[in-house]
Design a protein around this ligand. Structure first.
Ligand SMILES: [Ca+2]
Ligand SMILES: [Ca+2]
Length: 368
């Protein structure tokens, strides 16, 4: 090729080049590129939380937008002015919106969004067996948040009770199966649960019944000679096996030799039966047999203190509870010799009434 031909070819290429360059910006060389615009609704979202993205504030100065292309930064894309997207994994993503105008010019805008990793709840419970009214220790200390921290721990014990804190203790009031739910929340409020199922049992007790004696305060009184005196005793304890009343008296004018006054005591129980006894020395005792002692039994209860309630009314003896009437009658008073007066009839005598009660008590022995 000679030199002029080569110049002509170069000029032709230059013209062609300018045509191609003009084609890149569309048919009109005065086209303004569009402006892409959007905002993320919030900087941090949760995994699988739908994020609404609105690119409709994007604009083109003199034409119109014909294409909105979204790249969510997680490998997925979508087309449209308004879209929604949910991220299936935690991390930080760059969302890019590219808009194209009717002349084919493009512009892109990008925003970052952080997808919060939810916390992992871990529930640790002290080894069983578990018993009602006994504290069970729970710990959430092994719970974790991979991209932040755990801000709260809440516990539902499945019996209506709740608590908060990384380590808690709870005593279940009664037997049963309970599902304990731990909820942890991270610093962005994302929550996670862990559960544990517990069976709460009762203890087994062998219950035997044994007697226990107590003495009621004595009734002190005196009566004039030859005058019958009636006193009442109020008795409250349940499970009375025996009630014994002793009348002792003192002769103010003893003759030489043993006391010789003759006294009668009559007792009417609140259940109806009565007894009479006569004494001629210085005391009388009357004893009533009341409730029989129950046979040993085995029960299940949370604590020894709950055993009587579990045993119920069938093991409660009610005989003997109420007002006892004691009638003291001097049948014969000996009198005595008083210096200067000779024999003087008994003017009065002193007496003291003592009540002794025996009750049976349930003695529980935990065997399991
Ligand atoms: Ca334009
Ligand atoms: Ca987190």
């Amino acid at each position: 090729m000679d030199a002029p031909q080569r110049r002509l070819t170069l000029a032709a290429l230059a013209i062609l080049g300018s045509v191609v360059a003009a084609g890149c910006t569309g048919p009109s060389s005065s086209n303004q590129p569009p402006v892409a615009s959007f905002e993320v609704p919030k900087p941090v979202v949760e995994v699988n939380e739908p994020v609404a993205l609105n690119g409709s504030l994007s604009f083109d100065a003199e034409g119109k937008l014909i294409l909105y292309q979204w790249n969510f930064g997680d490998g997925s894309t979508e087309v449209g002015a308004v879209v929604a997207h949910a991220f299936s994994a935690s991390g930080t993503y760059t969302i890019t919106l590219t808009v194209s105008d009717d002349q084919g010019a493009q512009n892109a805008h990008a925003e970052n969004i952080t997808v919060n990793a939810p916390p992992t709840a871990f529930l640790d419970v002290a080894p069983g067996p578990y018993f009602a009214k006994e504290e069970v220790a729970f710990s959430a200390a092994l719970s974790r948040d991979s991209d932040g921290r755990i801000d709260s721990y809440t516990w539902q014990f499945g019996d209506g009770a709740s608590a908060s804190g990384a380590s808690v203790a709870h005593a279940f009031a009664d037997t049963g199966s309970f599902e304990v739910v731990l909820t942890v929340a991270d610093n962005h409020g994302a929550r996670s649960n862990a559960t544990a199922s517990l069976f709460v049992d009762l203890h087994t007790y062998d219950v035997s019944f044994a007697e226990d004696t107590s003495e009621q305060p004595p009734v002190r009184n005196f009566t004039l000679a030859n005058t019958t005196k009636t006193v009442t005793l109020e008795v409250f304890p349940e499970n009375l096996t025996r009630l014994s009343v002793t009348l002792t008296w003192r002769d103010p004018l003893p003759v030489m030799g043993p006391p010789n006054d003759v006294i009668q005591m009559r007792i009417i129980s609140p259940d109806g039966p009565s007894q009479v006894a006569v004494g001629s020395f210085d005391n009388i005792t009357i004893e009533f047999n009341l409730n029989g002692i129950p046979s040993p039994v085995q029960v299940r209860a949370a604590t020894p203190g709950d055993v009587p309630g579990v045993l119920g009314d069938a093991y409660i003896g009610l005989k003997g509870i109420g007002v006892w009437v004691v009638e003291i009658t001097p049948l014969e008073l000996g009198g005595g010799l008083v210096e200067g007066q000779g024999f003087v009839p008994e003017p009065f005598f002193f007496w003291t009434l003592t009540t002794s009660l025996t009750v049976y008590e349930a003695a529980p022995t935990q065997i399991a």
